[in-house]
Design a protein around this ligand. Sequence first.
Ligand SMILES: [Zn+2]
Length: 241
Amino acid sequence: MSKLPILMYHNVCQSDSDSNKLTVSVQNLERQFQYLIDNGYKTFHFEELDRMGTIPKKSIVLTFDDVTENQLIYALPLLEKFKLKASFFIPFQYIGKTDLWNKATGEQAQKIMTIEQLKQLPSEIIELGYHSYKHERYQSLSLSEIQEDFLKCEEEIKNQNLNVYPALAYPYGNYPKESKEKADFKSLLKENKMKFGLKIGNRPNTFPFKDNYEIKRIDIKGLDSLMVFRLKIRFGKLKLF
Ligand SMILES: [Zn+2]
């Protein structure tokens, strides 16, 4: 069994002064990617992991939520430069709009990529995945509402002829926690042919995964130093930080 850290990013901005909890600066991201390269880490898409029984010792998965335009502008060129793979998760209702679900936070609105932009992402670098249709907490929805949300994703994928791999990042990392509801939720994921479900969890996973629908991701924050980044990759989020 190997350890597999899966990193979770959101926005990327141009300068350190604009970085915050959900936003990492392009300089910081470059230092982190450089560290991965210098230390021999290999990146994988979920589509590859699905076919692999074992992984190299230093394996890592990079994920970006919400397909904001800033990821296209700042993250993609770095991923291309370092030849690192990443998975981008789409909240389908918001394609070509803004991150309206964040409206109440008072943060500046972020543009979400358009269909054309999503289609132009190089598939050898970027794997597209699901981040629900409405970007609502699954825990606050009934099973039939979740099913409805899945149908809307499928409709959009079909209408727009998008190539999306069935890995799903739960909005806010949230999913039903009560055992009965959790079991029903997982059956529904299975019915909808989801292969992987990603929560937050702030620890590296063991691979093969214990539960494909409870894959842990480590939240990389905008203000994490390189030292914190290194520790997070090895141990997950420490109480110290
Ligand atoms: Zn999100």
